[in-house]
Ligand binder design. Structure first.
Ligand SMILES: Nc1ncnc2c1ncn2[C@@H]1O[C@H](COP(=O)(O)OP(=O)(O)OP(=O)(O)O)[C@@H](O)[C@H]1O
Ligand SMILES: [Mg+2]
Length: 757
């Protein structure tokens, strides 16, 4: 019925065609996956985010599942969720932003608006031209094509959570987001608190009534109540612990995910400015925050419910005794508060000493090669001894200080536990305040449960100091400016490989002399560019700027005419291949190392890259070929083999621009010749930027830039530079003096150079 009404009220004729929502132009049949990808990209663009197809990482033949698509969107910092909706819910959607409807045939449509009154939704084919109108579709027609699944995409709440500085406020917001679970835990706790009142009350009744009046029937009744109470308590206790575990696990996971995202988003130059030991130690402090959130904080919070419930009962049993308990608890809290400021200072000293100590440990482990080869063990041991002593002293001092409040409050706690009993007994004997023996015992059973939260609160504040230090530690790392914005926004041009520096000046933070001083040169796509100059002349700096590692420069650095800072950082780095002097190989097989986690690539790709890099020959001689396992630090590979693997890894996704920074400097002449012999082949179809101290390996470059103290001294091919550039000629002669009189012909690249000559 309803459906017919809806189709009647739909005024536009287009809605009469069931295929209208997707097959706007039926003759062209589109790839359904492409349709989904386009729809999602359009929806994300609505929120100002340009998604990159390459990030979707679909294996060939894999369908674009809702989970995959939403994961793809989330990576870009947007909020996304795959949901199942019915027609009514669809009409209820506030369609301020496009919603992606996943259709049965594997394609998608964009929902751009709803008209609940007319019972239609407005859909658009992702392949439709930008100017095309959305088509109104009613329930019946939609049901024929729609699977019921939709992808909701929104700007992440307050863009905030992922980007907001890490602080107590951030943590509180994260905890509060669990408020549904926290509320349930609270309810369970209140119920449990009420149940805990039953046993003392029963004891009171047993003593005051049953024993005095010898009433068997009352005893049976009481026993039944007690049993029921125990049953409830068991179940509720189970539920509360279960909920608490779930919340704790969720908070822990959230904290860790956030932490790692932020750690990865920090720019490289941050890591260069700080020691690995310090960063690792500071980040690892997160466990203190987690333990606090999921342990003490939660249990104190729960104890407070208990107190709120019990207090009225205590007053009901005896107001005078209740006041005494409260006063003693208040005194305890006061003592602990009084010790807070000195405790805070003592804890700060412990934290500082511990940081210094663990820095030594972590750095010794990281740099163990250097430590051993320089026989630095005794030196490191001495430093360690000092740091251990410092940390021990700081801990002892803090412990001694903490011993004072603990000692002072012991008599007060004793008073709550036993003193009140004496006072109560006196009152019962003399009849003051109308306290009976049963009530007194009941009071004793509950009194401590009221005092505990108060004392717990004071202790909590003590812990808070430690946690505050931990929050500061973690924040001092992850709150540094990061690359997230640059990595999720910006242009994604297709690179051809033209590079131009225009009057570019750059200084490293904290240094005065510029590392690059008004550098200008430009090269067309496909150029093989050499960079030479003395040590410290700025060669590596140029390659770093190209990769977007340092971005605070004056002037322009353009790639294919687009300013580098406008280009999406991830896209930029994917377009580049980089090989350094010392390359880190991951623990894993040779194949894994070449593919480096890039999805959709297969062994064939690895073999192709290895062949191009000249690595094939040695890989095939390995016992397990491409499946040979490489250990951390790759001790089972020679320097030359490692380097060729690194080149294969850089070539795997066929980068338009390949940077080799001293890639062959550490190699023996034979390995170097092997790599160099492949360079011409590698260079085909891409721009190469080669930094090398050995000019002989740059003679074949189309163009060589000579740097000195950050300035460009000359630009030109080898033969011209030898003629006219004094620095170049000097470097050349230094390295090839032995060949003077032999026609200045270096031996290493013999044949190729001979042809060029
Ligand atoms: N991370 C950094 N922080 C501060 N200054 C730096 C940093 N890296 C390099 N520099 C300085 O910038 C200048 C250029 O360094 P760069 O690494 O570009 O030289 P280079 O030509 O590659 O030298 P080499 O041939 O020794 O590798 C040097 O004076 C160096 O001290
Ligand atoms: Mg360098």
């Amino acid at each position: 019925m309803n459906q017919n009404d809806a189709s009647k009220t739909a005024p536009q004729p287009a809605a009469n065609d069931p295929g209208a929502p997707i097959s706007h132009d039926p003759p062209i049949s589109h790839d359904p996956i492409d349709s989904r990808v386009r729809a999602v990209m359009a929806a994300a663009r609505h929120h100002g985010v340009d998604l990159d197809r390459a990030d979707l990482r679909l294996a060939p033949g894999e369908p674009a599942s809702p989970a995959r698509l939403s994961g793809w969107v989330r990576e870009s910092g947007l909020w996304a969720r795959a949901v199942r909706l019915n027609w009514r819910q669809l009409l209820g959607i506030h369609a301020g932003a496009p919603v992606v409807l996943l259709l049965q045939d594997g394609s998608a449509a964009l929902l751009l608006g709803v008209n609940a009154g007319r019972g239609v939704v407005f859909l658009k084919d992702p392949h439709a031209a930008p100017g095309d109108e959305a088509v109104p579709v009613d329930e019946l027609r939609l049901a024929q094509v729609w699977s019921g699944e939709a992808l909701l995409i929104r700007r992440a709440r307050g863009a905030g959570e992922a980007e907001a500085p890490f602080s107590f406020g951030w943590i509180a917001a994260m905890v509060l987001r669990e408020r549904a679970a926290l509320r349930d835990i609270g309810i369970a706790s209140i119920a449990l608190s009420i149940l805990t009142i039953i046993p003392p009350l029963l004891v009171m009744v047993v003593i005051d009534r049953v024993l005095q009046h010898r009433s068997m029937s009352t005893l049976i009744l009481l026993s039944t109540i007690l049993l029921v109470g125990v049953a409830y308590e068991t179940v509720l206790g189970y539920a509360r612990r279960e909920l608490t575990q779930v919340v704790a696990a969720r908070l822990d996971a959230k904290l860790n995910l956030h932490l790692f995202n932020r750690v990865l988003a920090l720019p490289l130059d941050y890591y260069e400015r700080s020691t690995a030991g310090e960063i690792t130690y500071r980040i690892s402090q997160i466990w203190k925050i987690r333990d606090f959130l999921t342990g003490k904080l939660l249990s104190t919070f729960l104890d407070f419910f208990t107190m709120a419930v019990l207090l009225p009962f205590l007053f009901y049993m005896s107001a005078a005794l209740s006041w005494m308990v409260l006063a003693a608890s208040g005194l305890i809290a006061l003592v602990i508060f009084a010790f807070l400021p000195p405790m805070r200072r003592a804890v700060a000293r412990v934290v500082a000493a511990e940081t210094a100590k663990s820095t030594v440990l972590i750095e010794s482990v990281h740099g163990i090669r250097t430590v051993k080869s320089l026989a630095m063990e005794p030196v490191q041991k001495d430093i360690w001894d000092l740091r251990v002593a410092d940390a021990g002293q700081a801990r002892l001092a803090a412990g001694r200080l903490a011993n004072w409040p603990a000692t002072i409050v012991t008599p007060l706690e004793g008073f709550i536990q036993r003193g009140v009993l004496l006072v109560g007994a006196y009152m019962a004997l003399t009849g003051v305040g109308g306290v009976q023996v049963g009530a007194l015992i009941a009071f004793m059973m509950l009194g401590m449960r009221v005092a505990q939260p108060l004392i717990g609160l004071a202790r909590l504040i003590e812990d808070l100091e430690q946690v505050r230090a931990a929050v500061n530690d973690v924040a001092s790392v992850i709150n540094n400016p990061n690359e997230t914005r640059a990595a999720t926004s910006g242009l994604r041009p297709k690179f051809a490989g033209a590079i131009s520096f225009e009057n570019l000046t750059f200084s490293y933070p904290g240094t005065k002399a510029p590392a690059l001083d008004r550098v200008s040169f430009s090269i067309p796509p496909g150029t093989m560019l050499g960079l030479v100059g003395r040590s410290g002349s700025g060669k590596s700096t140029i390659t770093r700027l190209l990769q977007g590692i340092n971005r605070e420069y004056d002037g322009f650095l353009k790639i294919d005419g687009a300013e580098l800072r406008e280009i999406n950082l991830m896209h930029l780095r994917r377009g580049f291949g980089v090989v350094l002097q010392d390359n880190f190989l991951f623990r894993g097989t040779i194949r894994d190392n070449i593919l480096a986690g890039r999805p959709g690539l297969t062994l064939e790709d690895a073999v192709r890259a290895a062949r191009l890099a000249g690595a094939e020959e040695f890989i095939e001689r390995m016992p397990q070929g491409y499946e040979t396992f490489i250990q951390e630090g790759s001790p089972n590979l020679s320097g030359g083999q490692k380097q060729r693997l690194a080149i294969a890894r850089a070539l795997i996704n066929d980068p338009r621009i390949l940077i080799l920074d001293e890639a062959t400097s550490a190699l023996d002449p034979e390995s170097e010749a092997l790599v160099n012999a492949n360079l011409q082949r590698i260079a085909r179809g891409r721009t190469m930027v080669i930094v090398s101290h050995r000019l002989s390996s740059l003679t074949e470059c189309d163009m060589t830039v000579v740097l000195d103290k950050g300035c460009v001294m000359d630009v030109g091919p080898h033969r011209e530079l030898v003629e006219r550039c004094p620095i170049y000629r000097q470097l050349w002669l230094q390295q090839n003096r032995h060949m003077e009189g032999q026609g200045q012909r270096p031996a290493i690249l013999g044949p190729a150079l001979a042809q060029g000559d």
